[in-house]
Design a protein around this ligand. Structure first.
Ligand code: GAF
Length: 392
């Protein structure tokens, strides 16, 4: 019942086929991939310099291609559900003509990365994208495309190899070319994800601690609500702004530095909504550190309880959940053998993540399917490696 996921080699084969059909001549010389992610806990904490605990997925964006001697870039997407046209040609940026975002929107991620590549100028190239990360599903299809693009360009013209700076450059691409003032989580884990581990990322120091996550008795189930509410565009920046306002009222550089006591003391100086947003962030940062400790000890019941607390807080205090995500979480929590469940990612649609006993997977998927008012898609998943070069 879980969705079939094409393997990395199937994606490479598809991308190579499109490359040869479209560009003729020799096949591509380079192949790379970068994963999407699921965040286990620590939501809307990254841009508050807090902790997050994501893992890289086996769902990936693949790019194959070759350098050209010209001054332009030709890029084709074979990814599912993206805006037409599927081929875009543009000139390399220079000081007088930086690359500006436009239509189709999928190409903006490519343009953003070319613009922010850390060892300019980028050489001309032709490339094809193929992906198994569902677009708009809250599993970071955009970060996986940015990081795959960056990794591809590194093969044509290496930079200094600084992995954190690479994630930051990809985050910048998202800010300037997709218009989303995101935190660092998605790009960071897409670059630095580790097989069989989640990553506890301190978004202030940008240090990551791998947390082992490979118990055969434990399953990580992703349920895609298959809805995306249009609120996302405006609500994300407005949440970020409210957090910055709350930190300014508290006299702190970020909410990472604030305690609940600081917040209570300043309650009369802020409106109720700003107070609730800050309360979620301060508690979620502490919850994430606690959850990472629980996971290290294999204390899954404790971890699950924290996941549910996180979901409730995102629903009631941060107000980024929606009816569909709440339904998926409630249904999962009714099944024996489920430790915890919560929405994952920015919210307003997308996916939930559920931690459960291996023996409970089938009955959990069945129960969710029966209870959910829409049509869910399931992925049974494992923590995977970050961006990598593939052999052709
Ligand atoms: C999106 C953003 F891109 C991340 O940086 C993060 O803020 C997340 O929403 C919420 O935790 O995925």
């Amino acid at each position: 019942m879980a969705s079939p996921v094409p393997s990395v080699s199937e994606l490479v084969a598809e991308a190579c086929r499109v490359f040869e059909q479209s560009f003729g001549g020799d096949g591509p010389e380079v192949a790379v991939c970068a994963p999407g992610r699921v965040n286990l806990i620590g939501e809307h904490t990254d841009y508050n310099q807090g902790f997050v605990l994501p893992m890289a997925l086996p769902l990936v964006t693949v790019i194959v291609g070759s350098a050209t001697s010209g001054q332009s870039i030709s890029i084709i997407t074979a990814a599912k559900d993206v805006e037409e046209p599927r081929r875009v040609d543009f000139d390399l940026p220079n000081d007088k003509a930086p690359l500006s975002p436009g239509k189709p929107s999928w190409a903006n991620y490519v343009k953003g990365v070319v613009q922010h590549y850390r060892a300019p100028p980028v050489p001309g190239f032709r490339a094809v994208i193929a992906s198994s990360v569902p677009v708009g599903g809250g599993l970071s299809s955009s970060a996986s495309l940015e990081v795959a693009m960056y990794t591809f360009i590194q093969q044509l013209k290496p930079d200094d190899g600084d992995t954190v700076a690479k994630a930051v450059a990809c985050q910048k691409a998202e800010h300037t070319h997709a218009g989303v003032p995101c935190g660092i989580m998605d790009q960071f884990v897409s670059v630095l994800g580790r097989e069989a581990h989640a990553l506890l990322i301190d978004c202030r120091s940008l240090e990551a601690t791998p947390v082992p996550l490979s118990d055969p008795e434990l399953v990580i189930l992703i349920s895609n609500s298959n809805v995306k509410h249009s609120l996302t565009g405006s609500e994300y920046p407005s949440r970020r702004k409210q957090c910055e306002e709350a930190a300014a009222i508290l006299g702190k550089a970020s909410l990472r530095d604030a305690t609940l006591k600081d917040l209570e003391d300043a309650k009369s100086q802020m409106d109720g909504e700003t107070y609730r947003r800050a309360c979620h962030v301060i508690e979620e940062i502490a919850r994430t550190a606690q959850a990472a400790e629980a996971l290290k000890k294999g204390a899954y019941t404790e971890f699950g309880r924290l996941m549910v607390e996180s979901h409730t807080s995102l629903r009631d205090l941060y107000e980024v959940s929606c009816k569909e995500l709440d339904e998926l979480v409630s249904a999962a929590m009714e099944v024996e053998g489920v430790f915890g469940s919560r929405m994952t990612g920015g919210g307003f649609g997308g996916c939930t993540v559920t931690l459960l006993q291996a023996g409970a997977v089938d009955r959990t998927m069945n129960h969710i399917q029966e209870q959910y008012s829409g049509t869910p898609t399931f992925y049974i998943t494992t923590p995977s490696q970050g961006a990598r070069v593939l052999s052709l």
